[in-house]
Design a protein around this ligand. Sequence first.
Ligand code: C5P
Length: 399
Amino acid sequence: CAPAATMGAVPLKWLTLLVITVQTTALVLVMRYSRANASGRPYFASTAVLLTEAAKMTAVLLTLWLENGRSVARTAALLRRDVWGQPRDTAQLAVPSFLYTIQNNLVFVALTNLDAPTFQVRETTFQVREATFQVLYQLKILVTALMSSVMLKRRVGAVQWVALLVLVVGVGLVQVDRTAAADGRHRHTNHLVGLLAVLALCMSSGYAGVFFERVLKHGAASQSLSVRNMQLCWVFLSLCPGWVSLFLSLSPGWVFLSLCPGWVSLFLSLSPGWVFLSLFSALFSVPFGAVAAALNDGAAIAEHGFFYGYTGYTWAVIALQALGGLAVSATVKYADNILKGFATSISILLSVLISWGYLGDVSLSAGFAAGALLVVGATFLYSCGRPPPRPAAAAAAAA
Ligand code: C5P
């Protein structure tokens, strides 16, 4: 059994769980205040998703540069060898990359469809939608556990399943309570589209997360976490031009550009596998972008501009979300997807407590207290209810 990775004396498992808890708490808080600026103009979520990906890629490149002795030449050689030079290895990450791209945009489809937008104050409307969304989105914890046991053969004991159920109910209670606090009149107005979107999100989040975990833990051991993240970013880039074209309503120039990764690969005389993959992905990213154009903000962005409604909070959300993507990958590597679910549930609790204690814009009720108790109880129950190791693993540990 390999010794647990540490930073100083602290196991990376706990460090990454702590980082993701702090990051998610900060994100939930900042998001609430970013949604409307002083003049009440909401920013386009799709532009923020795109900038988040750009920020993440910059951060991953920077990490690789630091890891390679701050040498541009060595970093470029590594990218060439381990990212572009490994088309098969990189291509498998098209699965989570594709799902995450859809997922990060689908969040807003779910948010805008879950409740009837009949409020006069736009910000209040959004809070109610978000709370309903958050309650349903907790089902991803169960999907993740199911995927982990099927795809990774992870043993989840009966007590742990009970703990996971208690966790979902607990976080749900905390969120329902926020729904009621925001406005009691529109709690049961879910639309089918919103419901289907959030269920698709749960499936996507569970599957993509566990898929990425399987690549990290059971794929080629020689690839570092930064390389894996870079592979994910690169596949995203290959899929991305279709999304970019939506902003410009699919002008011919952008359709041409969506073939770009293929041309870049050719230009850099990279492996034929990459050229094929890039051209192939561009082929389906264009129609995909066309569908997205109908769903998303293309026309409005053309009218108002890319940065319409941006405030300091918006930039903070983008930075925190980019950091979050990297924190997710580290947590999945050093801990696992199920523990990540616990960390983010605790973050939701913390964000409500901070809102109540410091910002004074939320009141705590018996519903919140019950939900909080269930979340904390579930966390203990899950860690105590760990099933005994499989006989083979026990024998290996004893040897
Ligand atoms: O809700 P969930 O935990 O599934 O969200 C995961 C998020 O982390 C997604 O927004 C995804 O884009 C991001 N992520 C990332 N890099 C990874 C893994 C996940 O940016 N290596």
